[in-house]
Design a protein. Structure first.
Length: 323
C-alpha cells in the first residue's frame, strides 16, 4: 500500500510527525542554523539536542529533531534544589528520559526525585519509563494527561509507560500545585489550549517558565488538539511584568520576552486570516493553501508548499471554534 503525505498526516497527527515533516521540507543549512542557537551555557551536546544551563540549578534541554534523531524530540529540562531534582517531560523514547536523568546525577549528584509531564502528546510522554531505570521518582501530571497517555499513546505499545503513569501523583486541573525541592519552590500551573490538559512549570526567582507546547519558538505549532482562543489566553498568561524571564518552549530555541511577543503576533496573524476566510465562506483547506506568513514575523520552520497542510490544520481549528 502506498502511503501519501496526506494519508500520513491524517493517521499520524502527533507533534513528532509534525516535526518530522518539517525536517523533510527544511534545507540542511537552515536546519543546522536553527539547531545551533542557544541562550544559556551548553553543558552537554548530543545528536538529538543540547542541555543548556539557563540559571543556577536550572537546565533546559533543547531538542534538535530537525537533524533526524528522535531520541527526545521535545524540549524539557531540570530544576534542582537542596533536597530534590525535578525532571520536566518524558520525551519520545525511554532512552531520552534516561539520558536526562543521568545528566541530573552528573550535575547535581541526584537522580531525579520528581518528574512532571506538561501534556500527553507522545514526544513529551512516551519515554517517561526511562526515569525508572535507577530510581522510582513519582510522576506528576493531571488526571486527564495520565488517562490520555494510557488511552491514546499506543504507538508503540509499552506496558512500562502505562505502569509509570498509572500511579501518577495528580496535579490539580484548576489551581497551582507547588513542589518544594529544598530552598526552591516550583509551581505547576494548569492551563490549556494546546490540549485540554496543559501544565506549565514555573519559577519566580529566577524567572523561568517551562511552557510545554503552549509555546513553539520559530517552529509553526501543531494545532491538532488546539482550541485556539483558549491557547491564545494561555500564551498571554505566561507573560510576566517586571524582571527578565526565560521561557523554555515545547519546541525550538530557548526564548525571551521578545520571542513570546513575536509568537503571539504569529498566532494573531493566523487568527485574523482564519476569521476573514471563514466570513467569506472559504474552506479551511483553501484558506490554508493560500495563507502566507507576514515577512515581518521572520522565520518559522515551514519551508515547503506541501507543508501547507499545517496551515490547513490551523485554519480547521479556528473554523471549529468559529462555527
Amino acid at each position: 500500500m502506498t502511503i501519501t503525505r496526506r494519508t500520513f498526516l491524517t493517521q499520524h497527527i502527533g507533534c513528532a510527525c509534525h516535526i518530522a515533516l518539517m525536517a523533510a521540507a527544511m534545507p540542511l543549512a537552515a536546519r543546522r542554523a536553527f539547531a545551533a542557537e542557544s541562550l544559556g551555557t551548553v553543558v552537554a551536546k548530543e545528536k538529538f539536542g543540547t542541555l543548556e544551563k539557563i540559571a543556577d540549578g536550572v537546565w533546559a534541554h533543547v531538542s534538535a529533531p530537525l537533524e533526524g534523531d528522535r531520541t527526545t524530540v521535545s524540549n524539557g529540562g531540570l530544576i534542582a534544589g537542596k533536597d530534590g531534582v525535578l525532571a520536566i517531560e518524558g520525551f519520545q523514547t525511554p532512552e531520552g528520559a534516561k539520558w536526562l536523568a543521568g545528566k541530573a546525577k552528573e550535575l547535581t549528584g541526584k537522580w531525579p526525585t520528581h518528574v512532571a509531564l506538561t501534556h500527553y502528546h507522545a514526544d513529551h510522554a512516551n519515554g517517561v519509563a526511562g526515569y525508572l531505570a535507577e530510581a522510582k521518582p513519582p510522576i506528576r501530571a493531571t488526571a486527564r494527561t495520565r488517562d490520555l497517555v494510557i488511552e491514546r499513546n499506543q504507538t508503540p505499545p509499552d506496558p512500562a509507560r502505562a505502569a509509570a503513569v498509572k500511579d501518577a501523583i495528580v496535579v490539580s486541573p484548576t489551581g497551582t500545585t507547588t513542589l518544594d525541592l529544598g530552598g526552591r519552590t516550583v509551581k505547576l500551573i494548569p492551563r490549556g489550549g494546546h490540549t485540554d490538559s496543559d501544565v506549565t512549570v514555573e519559577l519566580d526567582d529566577p524567572g523561568v517558565v517551562f511552557c510545554g507546547d503552549l509555546v513553539w519558538n520559530r517552529m509553526f505549532p501543531n494545532y491538532v488538539d488546539t482550541v485556539p482562543t483558549k491557547m491564545a489566553a494561555s500564551i498571554a498568561g505566561l507573560k510576566r511584568g517586571a524582571g527578565a524571564t526565560i521561557y523554555v518552549p515545547g519546541h525550538g530555541p530557548v526564548a525571551k520576552k521578545a520571542d513570546i511577543e513575536r509568537y503571539q503576533a504569529m498566532f494573531a496573524a493566523v487568527e485574523a486570516a482564519a476569521r476573514k476566510a471563514h466570513a467569506k465562506g472559504i474552506s479551511a483547506e483553501d484558506a490554508g493553501n493560500t495563507f502566507e506568513m507576514p515577512d515581518s514575523l521572520g522565520m518559522w520552520a515551514l519551508f515547503n508548499p506541501a507543508a501547507k497542510t499545517f496551515y490547513q490544520r490551523a485554519f480547521a481549528a479556528w473554523y471549529k471554534e468559529l462555527a
